[in-house]
Design a protein around this ligand. Structure first.
Ligand code: PEP
Ligand code: MN
Length: 355
């Protein structure tokens, strides 16, 4: 990390960028009101920090030991209050603002009518962002893979329905990008690109999605530690895209016998991740629990744990849903959940008295 002197000129910043490039580094430039810091991206073992520190306009050049830094609170400490959280604006919606944000919709886009009907239901229930999978990451190749799997024309049609449903009900839309070859197509139609749990470790996909400069909803792999989750988010940030929404969605259960939930919702991770990064953290209770009857309580618990939003699967006829019906709730249940969560959010986020 290279900290420029107060009042360093653009020319000096450019000179540092040229100089670090000679040693094989890219620079992530963050501009504060008075200060500029440049994060080095590359193999730090080769970094001649003394040389960089001696360049004109440079105040300090210091190694940062953590595997993630561009997204760390530590990184912003130099020029702003590190307790300030990042807000991500998508259309009229602010993720990480004063109110919790609800992302809802079907697990999979099944038809135009299905999507419009669910979009209307979730909007009325109080949701802000519409979700719907077009390329589904299924465990079996014999299961429905999402409409996108058939061919490119189908994928485009389903993505257009998503875009239209979002426009009709004034909600930005999000869908999962499962492979690098899907990035360009999906980015044309949606506002937020989702990286599913199974792809958390796909560096090439993360970089390709990061380069699109659209917000990324980034899910934790079910076997990933928190530090790993943060380290892989850094791959997106290193493409000069810090609009990353961190999403806890449960980790693998332990022990013998039935678990009764699909995964273990790791709610301790929510405040723990928020200590490390300024990025907004949301929870997806649907995939964590796999059961519609537990969504209400665990949504409330997620907001109490400090989540700035939730992602919830909704269907008007869960029994008939092509994917994840068992965990899908009805729009009326979403409305009840949102109301309760808003009350809990207000209690948990009361300003602290200065006494
Ligand atoms: C999803 O949100 O559609 C999904 C498949 O979730 P996850 O990647 O968390 O399993
Ligand atoms: Mn699902």
């Amino acid at each position: 990390m290279i900290i420029m002197k107060t009042g360093a000129t653009q020319e000096q910043v450019d000179n540092v960028l040229r100089e670090i490039a000679k040693f094989g580094f890219r620079g992530d430039v963050s501009q504060g009101e008075y200060k500029t810091i440049i994060g080095l991206i590359g193999d730090e073992r080769k970094a001649p920090f003394d040389h960089f520190a001696a360049l004109p306009g440079v105040k300090e050049a210091i190694p940062v030991e953590t595997p993630y830094k561009l997204i760390s609170r530590e990184y912003t400490k130099v020029f702003k209050d590190p307790s300030v959280d990042k807000q991500i604006k998508v259309g009229q919606v602010t993720i990480g603002g004063s109110k919790p944000v609800y992302i809802a919709g079907p697990c999979a886009v099944e038809s135009k009518d299905q999507l419009l009907r669910i979009a209307e239901g979730v909007k009325k229930a109080g949701a802000h962002i519409l979700r719907g999978g077009v390329f589904k990451p299924r465990s079996s190749v014999h299961s429905f893979q999402g409409l996108g799997a058939k061919d490119w024309k189908n994928a485009e049609e389903a993505l257009k329905w998503l875009q239209d449903a979002g426009a009709a009900f004034e909600m930005p839309v999000v869908t999962e990008v499962r492979g690098e070859n899907q990035v360009d197509l999906i980015a044309e139609y949606v506002d937020i690109l989702q990286i599913g749990a199974r792809n958390m470790y796909d560096q090439d996909l993360l970089m390709a999605v990061g380069r699109k400069k659209k917000p990324v909803l980034f899910k934790r792999h079910f076997g990933a530690g928190i530090e790993e989750f943060l380290s892989f988010a850094e791959y997106i940030a290193a493409e000069n895209n810090k609009n990353i929404i961190m999403c806890e969605r449960g980790i693998i259960p332990m022990g013998k016998g039935k678990s009764y939930t699909r995964y273990v919702l790791d709610l301790g991770s929510v405040p723990a991740i928020k200590k490390e990064t300024y990025l907004p953290v949301i929870v997806d209770p649907s995939h964590a629990l796999g059961r519609s009857d537990l969504i209400f309580n665990m949504s409330c618990a997620s907001i109490a744990a400090g989540a700035v939003g939730l992602m919830i699967e909704v269907h008007y006829d869960p029994a008939e849903a092509l994917v994840d019906g068992a965990q899908s709730i009805l729009p009326a249940e979403l409305e009840r959940t949102i109301k309760a969560c808003n009350s809990i959010h207000a209690v948990v986020n009361q300003p602290r008295s200065k006494k």
